[in-house]
Ligand binder design. Structure first.
Ligand SMILES: *[C@@H]1O[C@H](CO)[C@@H](O)[C@H](O)[C@H]1NC(C)=O
Ligand SMILES: *[C@@H]1O[C@H](CO)[C@@H](O)[C@H](O)[C@H]1NC(C)=O
Ligand SMILES: *[C@@H]1O[C@H](CO)[C@@H](O)[C@H](O)[C@H]1NC(C)=O
Length: 786
């Protein structure tokens, strides 16, 4: 049911564009009047309402011979016939001499017949009054030069739904008055600019439904009067910069149902007069910054029914002073609209956002649209938390009076279908109407949430192809996003909260552009090589809003990628398995071959104690691989007492952790549990080795004796080192005594490292997260003091 509705809506949108929604008006006009004339047998002769192509009303003597299985013209046709309808017959040729005797023939409908050659109709007979010729749904295949030269007054020519695959350059010569040309749904594969040279007054051109994949540059340049151009359903993948050059009067343009992957911004800049633009049903993934900028006459924009659209970026629509209606609906993966996506849309009244995957519409969006009157948000998985305060029952902002006024303004906006605009998060507000939830019920904090619709759990890419992964998250405050590659590299902004005491991460010298990226070497890096967080310029590219791009993907880049969105309140993570499909022609080998080609990473990690204080210890580790579901557990060890084990989840890409709230002078055993279970369902083979545990033990520092001389002594550092060494010796003993699993292997490294601490990043800001049972969910709530 829904697709039909959508289709109808679109058709209606189109016909509004094209200006043919006249039939609605007909109902209120006088019906057919009797016409007393000798009428051909079985035909109906009446005086009927008729509109000229320029919408002037006429009372037209009409002969209606539709659906009569006619193979030739019926006789006698009254000489003052204005409209002759011969739709749905079996005509393949007609006696043109008979038509010649109808000096007032204005509208001739020959649609749904069996004409194969247009010349059989237009040949030798001049039809001096004919304004409208219908030849839809015939069997025409080619239009030779001068096909219509006997129709000098023709204003409308309908040739859609034929088999036309060839049009001679001069086919339309002589159609000086033509206003409307429909040649949609034929078999044209190219557009020849010469066709249009003889159509200086053409206003409407329907060219859709032809398998034209590439439009020529300046193809429509001759159409100086064109107002409406419909290029729907053509298979267009992109548009040359000058494809629309010269269409100075163009007001309405439809690219409905093509394969565009980007908004054809450059081409659109050549049609500054555009008022209506339909980009529905294309393969556009992102509406990017500047895609619609300075289109100063644009009134309505449609971005509906796009299977692949995931995000509307910052300043995607900017300075569109005439835009009144914006439709972005039925995009099943659209989960993110940047809070500043819409800038300077001073006249936008109607914002349709229903039936997407949006979890929220940021208050900034509402506040940035001063003329907004109505918004439709139903059929979205809305989260009724702080991001939706603007819509709450009684929007209250304790911060300032201004925001209160703003919020009230936002609240004035009418919701379309408020009864269907429901919360789907949090669970306690599920199925409540957004407009009926009070702001008190909406939580004040907004954890980052990566919508599942933007990032599937598996993405396949061809070897040598381009991999694009989109990760977006809405939260308040705005979250920071980063990616972790299969080899455990963190890509993205450096952690802003990294300790100032520690040196910045070393640049990834093993990953320079000239050498390319070698996973094997990265994973087997020698201990002296520091391949902790870095931002290689190649082959990865991280776009500002959180998209990871990679050109020329090789099989070694397959594996688990994890996106992390983090703000001061917490974090959300989501992993995607990337499979690289080989280029071999043998399809059969398919999956099996691919799995073999997965790079094999050892599930190894070097867990080290970097620094120990009285009440904290900094642990760090290195893995040659992304372990998105890693946990750290710790336990105080007393000789004769059982103590609880604490566990915390570690964010992907994190390589160190500050354990806090420890007891002084106490032995601790810490274990790192590496896991890839999250999102790795597609690589069942690896799940066997997906759990590895590495442990170390240490002792926290002693509480110093109150000795002022020691505190002021310049030898403090060396004293500390001595203390530390003491602790470490104890640790070694501890490691040998209690740890059979692995800590023993690392003692020499630990000693080395403490003496010359290397680059280290503390990514965790979990303060005192000594939480007994961690949440199994991916969401990580930080600042959870016990
Ligand atoms: C054609 O139309 C004109 C104007 O409506 C009218 O005067 C004339 O008689 C018509 N011709 C015939 C053959 O009916
Ligand atoms: C990657 O590293 C391995 C082992 O270090 C080496 O054998 C191989 O040639 C390297 N590949 C590239 C493309 O550099
Ligand atoms: C680790 O946590 C302790 C206690 O909160 C703090 O004093 C110390 O500075 C932290 N170390 C780093 C490197 O962040």
């Amino acid at each position: 049911m829904r697709p039909t509705l959508v289709f109808l809506q679109t058709q209606c949108l189109l016909c509004v564009f094209v200006g043919v929604c006249v039939p609605d008006v007909v109902g209120s006009l006088p019906h057919a009047l009797p016409w007393h004339v000798s009428c051909p047998s079985r035909c109906v002769c009446q005086i009927k309402p008729w509109f000229s192509p320029d919408s002037v009303y006429h009372e037209a003597p009409t002969v209606d011979c539709n659906d009569l299985l006619l193979t030739k013209l019926p006789l006698p046709i009254p000489t003052n016939t204005h409209t002759l309808r011969l739709q749905s017959n079996l005509l393949s040729e007609i006696d043109t001499a008979l038509l010649h005797r109808l000096p007032n023939l204005t509208d001739l409908d020959l649609s749904q017949n069996r004409f194969t050659r247009v010349r059989t109709i237009t040949q030798s007979s001049s039809l001096p009054s004919l304004l409208s010729l219908h030849l839809e749904e015939n069997h025409l295949s080619r239009l030779p030069d001068g096909s219509f030269s006997s129709l000098p007054t023709l204003q409308e020519l309908f040739l859609s739904h034929n088999n036309v695959h060839s049009i001679a350059p001069g086919a339309f010569t002589g159609l000086d008055s033509l206003l409307r040309l429909h040649i949609n749904n034929n078999r044209l594969t190219t557009v020849d600019p010469r066709w249009f040279r003889s159509l200086p007054h053409l206003e409407v051109l329907m060219l859709g439904g032809n398998p034209v994949e590439v439009l020529p540059e300046r193809g429509f340049q001759a159409l100086k009067s064109l107002r409406s151009l419909v290029l729907g359903g053509m298979g267009l993948r992109s548009l040359a910069e000058k494809a629309l050059e010269g269409l100075e009067g163009l007001e309405s343009l439809s690219f409905y149902d093509n394969r565009l992957t980007k908004v054809p911004t450059q081409a659109l800049r050549r049609v500054p007069g555009l008022k209506f633009l339909d980009l529905n049903k294309n393969r556009i993934k992102l509406i990017e910054t500047g895609d619609f900028r300075d289109m100063i006459h644009l009134k309505e924009l449609g971005l509906n029914n796009m299977e692949e659209l995931v995000s509307i970026e910052r300043a995607a629509l900017e300075n569109l002073p005439e835009l009144t209606k914006l439709e972005i609906t039925n995009n099943p993966r659209l989960s993110y609209i940047h809070p500043q996506a819409f800038l300077q849309l001073s006249r936008l009244e109607s914002l349709m956002l229903n039936s997407n995957s949006l979890s929220a519409v940021h208050q900034h969006i509402m506040l940035s649209l001063p003329s907004l009157q109505e918004v439709s948000l139903h059929s979205n998985p809305l989260r009724c938390d702080c991001l939706f305060h603007w819509a709450a029952k009684e929007a209250s902002h304790p911060h300032s009076e201004d925001t209160q006024t703003d919020a009230r303004t936002a609240r004035m906006v009418r919701f379309i279908q408020p009864q269907a605009t429901l919360c789907s998060e949090p669970p306690e507000l599920r199925a409540r109407r957004v407009r009926e939830v009070s702001s008190r019920e909406m939580s004040a904090s907004c954890l980052p949430m990566i919508p599942t619709s933007s990032l599937p759990s598996y993405v396949g890419v061809r070897e040598g192809g381009k991999l694009v992964l989109h990760c977006r998250a809405l939260a308040e405050p705005q979250p920071e996003l980063y990616w972790v590659t299969p080899s455990g590299l963190r890509l993205g902004p450096a952690p802003s909260h990294a300790s100032k005491h520690l040196p910045a991460p070393a640049p990834c010298h093993s990953l320079t552009a000239s050498e390319g990226f070698n996973h094997t070497s990265a994973s087997s890096a020698s201990p002296s090589q520091d391949d902790t967080p870095c931002n290689p310029s190649r082959p990865y590219q991280l776009l500002p809003e959180g998209t990871l791009e990679m050109n020329k993907v090789t099989p070694s880049e397959a594996g688990l990628y994890t996106c992390v969105a983090e703000n001061a309140l917490g974090a959300d993570t989501r992993s995607v398995t990337v499979g690289v499909h080989g280029r071999e022609k043998k399809r059969k080998r398919g999956v099996a071959a691919n799995i073999k080609r997965y790079p094999l990473y050892r599930a190894d990690a070097r867990l080290e104690v970097r620094e120990v204080g009285q009440h904290y210890a900094i642990l760090s580790w290195q893995t040659g691989r992304n372990f998105p579901s890693t946990r750290l557990s710790w336990q105080a060890i007393y000789s004769n007492a059982h103590t609880p084990t604490y566990t915390t989840r570690i964010l992907a890409g994190t390589q160190s952790f500050n354990l806090t709230h420890l007891q002084a002078e106490t032995f601790y055993r810490v274990c790192l549990h590496l896991g890839v279970s999250e999102g790795a369902k597609h690589s069942g083979r690896r799940s066997r080795e997906s759990k590895k545990t590495h442990c170390v033990s240490f002792r926290t520092k002693d509480v110093p004796e109150p000795q002022p001389s020691l505190q002021l002594s310049p030898e403090l550092t060396s004293t500390a080192v001595t203390l530390l060494l003491l602790a470490l010796i104890l640790l070694l003993l501890a490691g040998q005594g209690w740890d059979t699993e692995g800590a023993g292997k690392y003692h020499s490294t630990v000693l080395q490292d403490i003496k010359s601490p290397k680059a280290l990043v503390v990514n965790q800001k979990t303060e005192g997260s000594n939480k007994h049972t961690p949440e199994q969910s991916d969401k990580l709530l930080l600042h959870q003091d016990c």
